[in-house]
Design a protein around this ligand. Sequence first.
Ligand code: NAG
Length: 208
Amino acid sequence: MASGHILVAFTFLALVSLVLASDSSPLQDFCVAIDEPKDAAEDFLLKGLNIPGNTSNQLGSFVTPANVAQLPGLNTLGISLVRIDYAPYGLNPPHTHPRATEALVDLEGTLYVGFVTSNPDNRLITKVLYEGDAFVFPEGLVHSQFNVGKTKAVAFAGLSSQNPGVITIANAVFGSNPTISDDVLAKAFQVDKKVVDRLQAQFGTDIN
Ligand SMILES: *[C@@H]1O[C@H](CO)[C@@H](O)[C@H](O)[C@H]1NC(C)=O
């Protein structure tokens, strides 16, 4: 019967899309993502995460990534990490990781952290972290960390993807290339176009 076949087909599609909704489990021990493997052990080693990132920038923070781009041995393994340095009052601004949950450990300093749940609640979940505290940012949710102490802060975080991706909200919305129409943004944010233009000037990456 045709309707029966359609039901079976839809069920199959639903199962396939479920399976594809996250990093799949590794099919083998590893699969290093480089054309010509050098000394194999080197593909699993990354040095230098003891070195603080340079936080002399407008936000006062710096993220040092250790994903599959820096550490080829992570390929297919569904995990990566970052080091984050914060100057006093430095901010890692609101952003999301489209492909990963993040588990962050505060190693030094005091961080005001939080994330916002999805629509319709958009509930803000926050905590102040002290040395040794850990916090979780669920996959895809907008989150940030703000150093509220008078001293520098350092955190490390594990992410549940070899390539978590980062979407920084301000840059994606106001600094896209080419820019999103100010008609769209003025309406979306319910503000005057002048406000949009100012934000676009602030976050524009158009340096050509
Ligand atoms: C840090 O970055 C600033 C701004 O780009 C630069 O002037 C400074 O030399 C850098 N410091 C170090 C130690 O690299």
